[in-house]
Design a protein around this ligand. Structure first.
Ligand code: SAM
Length: 404
């Protein structure tokens, strides 16, 4: 491998790559020697041509490769931090057969390092340009044993199955039956799954005819395209204030919510810690009916129509003509330095704020840690579970989020 010297002649690819591996270890994204060694071996800059070396080797950077006509990212080289986290969760061993859904080349090269000469990597993409890029870069970097295929991964890759591991690198709303069918008996799927408007990478092992989680974490991925694509329902309450609804059964009265938005906002505090917003959000979204995500733009916040937490998207509890969403304020008595609370609007604002605050206290008392939820995927053929707020009905099956 040739290292490239930058204009100022100080940093070269090898130096930056070593620094990237150190940072991945320090952050805890690389936990095993084997994953760290893969990152130390593969020349990432060969898969990100046109990017400055420092950008190619930044742990949190995902260079964009392709956008659609509206500017939506269709393909990127995922950030090293997320790739390392998902590779660790996949627990890939030498000799395994692995399928990567969504190509780019770099992650497939890391997989090739992990499975070694006795294993095999198939990487598939729906986009011919991306397949061509990945093939070219993998060959240039010396990973010509990786099979790069043009296909919609919704149907899997029957010819190369069964797989010990399936690593999905696009945000999928569901789990196509082919992925479960083509997984070895003791196989594992690591998939960024969309759950109530947010995405979690989930490491799933087989569990009867379905899957059971072994770990999960927050992530952001480009959308899964093709036959398995899914359009989320969004409802605009007012300019710059939008609800994202991932529950077909959740009915919203837009006019009533618009009126509520213009009523005075109440603010109530839970007395419970605000911490790990992603973990807390998953709990809120899966522990009460009527939960969705509330998003607002800066202008709506500047007009004081809505409070700041909505800027990044926040779980919102909707009931008829009223709604409530999460607040946070500094509080030195809390372990994180912050206390959680609620903003609420509408005629039933007090009641909703009390229900929301109760959920915040329950999370803080019982689940204030990473990975507290257990996530199951039941294919359609399995007995349907009784409806509850932790049940998320998909096209091919059901996701069941429980809090043991
Ligand atoms: C984040 S990129 C993949 C990054 C890559 N794994 C890497 O090495 O960093 C996601 C890719 O998924 C692909 N994709 C989306 N939907 C797909 C589908 N149904 N089947 C196969 N590939 C798909 C996109 O074309 C895109 O290139």
């Amino acid at each position: 491998m040739t290292d490239v010297t930058t204009d100022d002649g100080v940093e070269d690819a090898a130096t930056l790559r070593a620094a990237m591996v150190r940072e991945l270890r320090d952050q805890g994204a690389c936990q095993s020697e084997r994953v760290a060694a893969a990152f130390a071996s593969v020349p990432r800059h060969l898969f990100t041509p046109g990017e400055p070396l420092a950008v190619a080797y930044a742990v949190d950077n995902a260079p964009i490769v392709k956008r659609d006509g509206n500017g939506l990212t269709l393909s990127s080289v995922s950030a090293p931090h997320l790739q390392a986290t998902m590779l660790e969760a996949a627990d890939i061993k030498p000799g395994m057969r692995v399928c990567e859904v969504g190509s780019g080349g770099y992650n497939a090269a890391l997989l090739a390092e992990l499975v070694g000469d006795g294993g095999h990597v198939t990487t598939v993409d729906i986009d011919p340009e991306i397949v061509e890029r990945a093939r070219t870069f993998l060959n240039e970097a010396g990973y010509n044993r990786v099979d790069v295929m043009l296909t919609d991964a919704e149907e899997g890759v029957l010819d190369a199955a069964p797989f010990d591991r399936i690593i999905v690198t696009a945000g999928s709303w569901d789990i196509p039956p082919a992925w479960i069918d083509q997984l070895a008996d003791d196989g594992r799927i690591v998939v960024p799954l969309r759950l109530k408007g947010t995405t979690r990478w989930i490491a799933f092992d087989r569990d009867g005819s379905g899957l059971i989680s072994r770990g999960y974490g927050l992530c952001v991925f480009v959308p899964f395209q093709g036959a398995g694509s899914h359009t989320e329902r969004t409802v605009t309450i007012e300019d710059g204030v939008v609800l994202r609804l991932d529950d077909e059964n959740l009915k919203v009265d837009i006019d009533a919510l618009r009126r509520a938005l213009h009523l005075p906002r109440i603010e109530r505090w839970s007395g419970a810690v605000f911490d790990m917003p992603d973990e807390q959000a998953l709990f809120l979204l899966t522990n009460s009916a009527g939960m969705a995500l509330l998003h607002a733009n800066q202008e709506a916040v500047d007009r004081d129509l809505i409070a700041r937490p909505a800027l990044k998207g926040v779980p919102v509890l909707i009931d008829g003509d009223s709604f409530a969403y999460r607040a946070a304020r500094p509080n030195d008595d809390m372990s994180s330095g912050y206390e959680s609370g609620v903003y609420a609007h509408g005629p039933s604002a007090e009641d909703l704020a009390a229900r929301y605050a109760d959920l915040l206290r329950r999370w803080a008392d019982r689940y204030h840690r990473r990975g507290a939820a257990s996530i199951q995927y039941l294919p359609k053929a399995a007995d349907p579970p009784a409806p509850s707020s932790g049940i998320i009905v998909k096209r091919h099956g059901t996701v069941v989020v429980t809090w043991p």
